[in-house]
Design a protein around this ligand. Structure first.
Ligand SMILES: Cc1cc2nc3c(=O)[nH]c(=O)nc-3n(C[C@H](O)[C@H](O)[C@H](O)COP(=O)(O)OP(=O)(O)OC[C@H]3O[C@@H](n4cnc5c(N)ncnc54)[C@H](O)[C@@H]3O)c2cc1C
Length: 283
């Protein structure tokens, strides 16, 4: 069992990881190795102390160098659930479980709100995780809604299993040129289920299939962590970044506005120190 698991490799998670490493603590860090797409996408950052004008790409390269220089590893998985086992927490990544005494959530903020029926049908035909649930749809027809280009490799994996993929990419320059993939246009607004068939409702049409994958970087925190207090999609924290769950801390955009790097790294640092205090009290 780990002392701490950090979820998220954006600015908040990076700051928490650097601080825990500096304090010589045991932790597992889960998220994309390529860090957050938000870091990469900023054209120019002018309000980050010490860096007068950097692009998101330059900032990302600097973060990656620092992570490598400190010898910190990232486990590239998507967390699909965090469960309170009363003495510690179980973190689910598809079929695999990791355990920790405490958790730091640096999840970012969900930019694409769940459509009607999405949360209610999660695990009953709707999935957020290609690698976890893809095998359930071997030889079947599925619908994939991808929020950004970074999910194309997951969608291609799904296409290698499914008989047909109806693909909706909510971004430009879609590159999904596979024989069993049909690219469709439209903005999903509702999901329903009838006679075991899943229906994705667009403005003027309905796509019917056996399963729907909603691929996006951030999942609503209260869905990811049952029992976690959140208001309007933001995790409720105190000044120590403590949530309503014992041993669970949160930092960065997921705790609320302003959505800024400086706030995220500051909160990541506070969360790491708070976790250390928490672990000391546990002893
Ligand atoms: C185009 C653009 C320009 C911007 N410009 C500026 C600027 O100039 N100045 C400024 O201060 N801010 C700017 N921002 C805002 C800044 O990018 C964010 O405030 C910052 O990235 C927040 O960091 P974070 O770590 O809280 O969240 P994020 O950067 O969103 O990182 C969240 C991380 O959590 C991971 N994650 C989420 N759920 C899971 C899960 N279930 N399992 C595993 N990993 C998960 C994500 O993949 C990601 O790695 C800009 C944002 C954008 C989009």
């Amino acid at each position: 069992m780990h002392d701490v698991i950090i979820i998220g490799t954006g600015a908040a998670g990076i700051s928490a990881a650097l601080t825990l490493k500096q304090l010589n603590k045991d932790f597992l860090w889960i998220g994309p190795k390529n860090l957050s797409y938000k870091i990469n996408s900023a054209e120019k950052i002018r309000n980050y102390p010490g860096l007068s004008s950097v692009s998101g790409k330059e900032m990302k390269e600097a973060f990656i160098k620092q992570i490598n220089d400190m010898g910190i590893e990232i486990l590239e998985r998507q967390v699909t659930g965090v469960y309170d086992l009363s003495t510690h927490y179980a973190i689910l990544c598809g079929q695999d479980t990791y355990e920790a005494k405490s958790i730091i959530l640096g999840l970012g903020v969900e930019t694409i709100k769940p459509v009607e029926g999405e949360i209610e049908l999660l695990g009953q035909g709707v999935s957020y995780c290609a690698t976890c649930d893809g095998f359930l749809y071997k030889g079947k027809e599925i619908t994939v809604v991808a929020s950004s280009k970074e999910f194309e490799h997951e969608a291609k994996y799904l296409a290698s299993l499914a008989s047909k993929v109806n693909y909706i990419g909510l971004y430009k320059d879609i590159d999904m040129n596979l024989t069993n993939v049909e690219i469709l246009k439209g903005m999903p607004n509702k999901i329903t289920k009838e006679n075991k068939k899943m229906k994705l409702h667009l403005k003027d049409s309905i796509i019917e299939s056996d399963g729907i994958f909603m691929l996006k970087a951030s999942i609503s925190p209260a869905v990811l962590v049952p029992g976690l207090e959140a208001v309007e999609g933001h995790i409720v924290v105190d000044r120590n970044m403590k949530t309503n769950l014992n041993g669970v801390f949160a930092c960065g955009d997921c705790t609320g506005r302003p959505y800024q790097y400086a706030k995220a790294v500051g909160e990541g640092n506070v969360a790491a120190h708070s976790v250390v205090n928490y672990l000391n009290i546990l002893k």
